[in-house]
Structure formats: structure tokens, C-alpha cells
Design a binder for this molecule. Structure first.
Ligand code: UGA
Length: 435
């Protein structure tokens, strides 16, 4: 099929590349000429495992091109809208300006039979409005809403082999499903579950899924707070309740909590939309989910203060991890970066490192001290804080690492180290939700 993808951010680039891998002819469009030049040269503008190889392969087929010129969408029959929907400045609501802009720019180029497919995460009700705008233009094109569930770090796998497909279609639409089935033929052939529904349900599926995941994380972090007051161990608690298949162990890792470009802004946007709809009471618990999440960051700073003897002023703190999660260079709403900045504000001398996110963190906060390796960060440190659970940090040898630091004190912000091994090597080991 001939496909256009509007918006070459995280979602758009992965989607365009994977659609090419599936055999389609794809053009990726973005307003940022620098990004387009990078992509055309085979360089993704962010870190994502397996993507660079797949992008090079896709470009080599000649079936993937990139452009800043929206008119090149003419000739494509399916137009994916994959632009960002950030949180509005000064409000919890979602900023829809890029989605509205993308659809407006597509309108003059749409032809009868074209399908515009929304992938961006939007407040419920958005698709209905956009569908009306497309209809009024009278080109004969239609809209479908097809939310994306990819996780950073697993984006390629999640796109090629999603765990479900959701098609939101307009009432009476009898062609959208067949077109999307052709786009996702491979996933459908291997039996990927498919839910065909209306616009509102499709939009809600996406935010409901992220709200549930955020709630699951904050639930276990609330248990961590209780564990801290009682001497219980939240990691064992998670293992024990996770054996109940109705609960499940995944997304029950207590620690610094959730961040990134999706979960935090999606729960806030969901609450803002619920308020507009007059059903805010249904989602007040998400405010609590957000607050539990933020309290973990404060608690981490308090623990750091405690472990260095009561004041952070002038203390040398090694920060391992800046990305919001491993296998990503994304520092949007990153709990790790937030804690690092709070330490700086408290007067600590922070030396931070991350395998991939130093450049993205430096772009936002050029004044913090960044180094390349954990050893450089830990040299003569008064305490080490592990804030993102990269594999190379999990694999640190407590004996060898103990030779580098000034004081053998470590805070495990992600409950990813073996406390016994670190204590046996002479370290003071502290973690969130663990004795
Ligand atoms: C999330 C969802 O998992 C995807 O399904 C969704 O498609 C995506 O948002 C999106 O809306 O685009 P992502 O933001 O890549 O994906 O990250 P997650 O893997 O969900 O992790 C989010 C945060 O939760 C991270 O900061 C992670 O460290 C934290 N987390 C995760 C925990 O603190 N504990 C856990 O047990 C799991």
C-alpha cells in the first residue's frame, strides 16, 4: 500500500520504518528540516534499540522517503497522523495544536477513498470533530482512529507484533476496516486480537490503558510507603501478590515511579477531559496516582540527605541514570533527572551519567556536571544514587565499585540491586520500600 506518515517524532519514525519493513511504500513528513535530513541519511533523531538498522534497511529498499513538503502525500491512500500531543503549558489539558495542524495541512491533498488514520493520543471526542472537518471538505476521504501502544525501548517489536489492534471507525464506515486490515496484514495473519469499535472507545482505550498502568505503579509505590513505616519489603510483597494471575507481577516494580512523555501527561489530560465532560469524580483517584508518584521523588532526596549525614550541602553525589527508563535517551518528565536537579537545588555536587541520555539531559540542563561512565561519576563520591535501571548498572560489581567511591553508600532507586551482595561488600544499602 502507499502510506504517508505525518509527524516524524518517536511514534512517526518507528511507524514509517516498520510500515516499510512490512512491504508498504511510505513517505514520512515533518515540518523540521533538520530532522528530515537526519532521517533521510539513516539516522534516527533519538535512541531506540534496533531502529537504526531497520531504518537503513528501509531506506535501501527505495520504498521509504522523507520530506518537509506535505503535497508529497498525494498518491498515498492511507495517511497516518502521528504528531505529538503534549501537555498544555500551565494546564493539565492536552495541546491539540499539532493534530489539528496536521489534519488541516492534509485536507487540500486528500482524494476520494483516502483514509486518514489518527495514531496520536487524544482526548475523547477529538476524532469525531476531525471526522466532521474532513467530511465538510467533501474530498470523499474518511477518518479512522487507531491508537498506538508501543513502549520506548521495544518500539519496533511493539509495532511489528502488537498485542492488539484497535480500530475506531465512524458510524456506517464500511471500508476503513478492510483498509486497515491490509496495512496490518502480517499482524492479522499471526492472530493479533482486533477490536473494531467507535471513535470514542478507541480514543478511550489508549488513555485507559495508560491510566491503568500508572495506577498499578502508584499502587505498589503506595505499598512501599507503608512498607517503609513497618519494616516490610515491598519487592517481596510484589512477588507474593504478583503470583495471583488476576494481579500479575508486571508493572509492580516499586521505586522512583513513572515518567516519560506518555503516562504523566496522559493521566493529567484524561482528568482534564473528564472535568470538561462533567465526570471528574470518576477520575479523582488519578490525582492521587500522580501525587504518590511525585512523593517518591521527594522521598529519594530525603533518603539521600539521610545517608550523607543530614545535609546535602557540598556533598558529592554520583547519579547513575537520567533517562525515564532504561533503553531510552528520553528525559521527558524523567524521575531520575528530576531527583538529580532536586539534589543540585539542595546544594549537592551532582556528577551524573547515563549510557544514552547525557546529551538529551544536557540540552535541557547544561549546567549540571555530566560524565560518561559510572566509575567517573562515583570517584570519591559521598553517596551513589541508582536512578535508572540500565543493565550495566545492575551488573556493577560492589567490590570493585567500592574501591572508587569516597564512602560506600548506595541508594537503589529502582530496587534492581541485590542488597545482600552490596552489604556483604561493606556498603550501606538503602532502597525505597525496603528495610
Ligand atoms: C507507555 C505504555 O507502557 C505504552 O503501552 C504506551 O504505548 C506508551 O506509554 C505511550 O502512550 O505511547 P513508555 O512511556 O514507553 O510506554 O514507558 P513504560 O514502559 O510504560 O514505563 C513508564 C514509566 O513507568 C517509566 O518511568 C518506568 O520506569 C516506570 N515503571 C514501569 C515503574 O516505575 N515500575 C514498573 O513496574 C514499570
Amino acid at each position: 500500500m502507499k502510506i504517508s506518515v505525518i509527524g516524524c517524532g518517536y511514534l512517526g519514525v518507528v511507524h514509517a520504518t516498520c510500515m516499510t519493513e512490512l512491504g508498504h511504500d511510505v513517505v514520512g513528513i515533518d515540518v523540521d528540516p533538520e530532522k528530515i535530513a537526519l532521517l533521510a541519511a539513516g539516522t534516527p533523531p533519538f535512541y531506540e534499540p534496533h531502529l537504526p538498522q531497520m531504518l537503513s534497511r528501509a531506506l535501501a529498499t527505495g520504498r521509504l522517503t522523507f520530506s518537509t513538503d506535505i503535497s508529497v502525500v498525494v498518491g498515498s491512500n492511507v495517511h497516518f497522523v502521528a504528531v505529538g500531543t503534549p501537555q498544555m503549558v500551565g494546564s493539565d489539558a492536552v495541546d491539540l495544536r499539532f493534530v489539528n495542524g496536521a489534519v488541516a495541512s492534509l485536507l487540500p491533498h486528500l482524494r476520494a477513498g483516502d483514509l486518514v488514520v489518527g495514531k496520536s493520543t487524544v482526548p475523547v471526542g477529538t476524532a469525531q470533530g476531525l471526522s466532521r472537518i474532513i467530511q465538510q471538505k467533501g474530498s470523499g476521504a474518511t477518518l479512522a482512529w487507531n491508537p498506538e501502544f508501543l513502549r520506548e525501548g521495544f518500539a519496533v517489536k511493539d509495532t511489528l507484533a502488537p498485542d492488539r489492534l484497535v480500530y475506531g471507525l465512524a458510524e456506517g464506515d464500511d471500508t476503513g476496516e478492510a483498509i486497515l486490515d491490509e496495512v496490518y496484514a502480517r499482524a492479522i495473519a499471526i492472530g493479533t486480537p482486533k477490536v473494531v469499535t467507535n471513535f470514542a472507545t478507541a480514543e478511550l482505550v489508549k488513555v485507559a490503558a495508560n491510566a491503568f498502568l500508572a495506577t498499578k505503579i502508584s499502587f505498589i509505590n503506595a505499598m512501599a510507603e507503608v512498607a517503609e513505616a513497618t519494616g516490610a519489603d515491598v519487592t517481596q510483597l510484589a512477588d507474593a501478590i504478583g503470583h495471583d494471575v488476576r494481579i500479575g507481577r508486571r508493572f509492580l516494580n516499586a521505586g522512583l515511579g513513572f515518567g516519560g512523555g506518555c503516562l504523566p501527561k496522559d493521566i493529567r489530560g484524561f482528568m482534564a477531559r473528564a472535568k470538561e465532560l462533567g465526570v471528574d469524580q470518576a477520575l479523582t483517584f488519578l490525582g492521587e496516582v500522580d501525587q504518590i508518584n511525585n512523593r517518591r521523588r521527594e522521598r529519594m532526596v530525603d533518603l539521600a540527605r539521610e545517608i550523607v549525614g543530614g545535609s546535602l550541602e557540598g556533598k558529592r553525589i554520583a547519579v547513575l541514570g537520567l533517562a525515564f527508563k532504561p533503553d531510552s535517551d528520553d528525559v521527558r518528565d524523567s524521575p531520575a533527572l528530576d531527583v538529580a536537579l532536586r539534589l543540585v537545588e539542595s546544594g549537592a555536587a551532582v556528577i551524573a551519567t547515563d549510557p544514552q541520555a547525557v546529551a538529551t539531559a544536557r540540552r535541557r540542563y547544561p549546567d549540571m556536571t555530566y560524565v560518561t561512565t559510572p566509575d567517573e561519576a562515583a570517584k570519591d563520591a559521598d553517596a551513589v544514587l541508582l536512578l535508572t535501571e540500565w543493565q550495566e548498572y545492575r551488573a556493577l560489581d560492589p567490590l570493585a565499585f567500592g574501591e572508587i567511591v569516597g564512602t560506600k553508600a548506595i541508594l537503589d532507586g529502582r530496587n534492581c540491586l541485590d542488597p545482600g551482595a552490596w552489604r556483604a561488600a561493606g556498603w550501606t544499602y538503602r532502597a525505597l520500600g525496603r528495610p
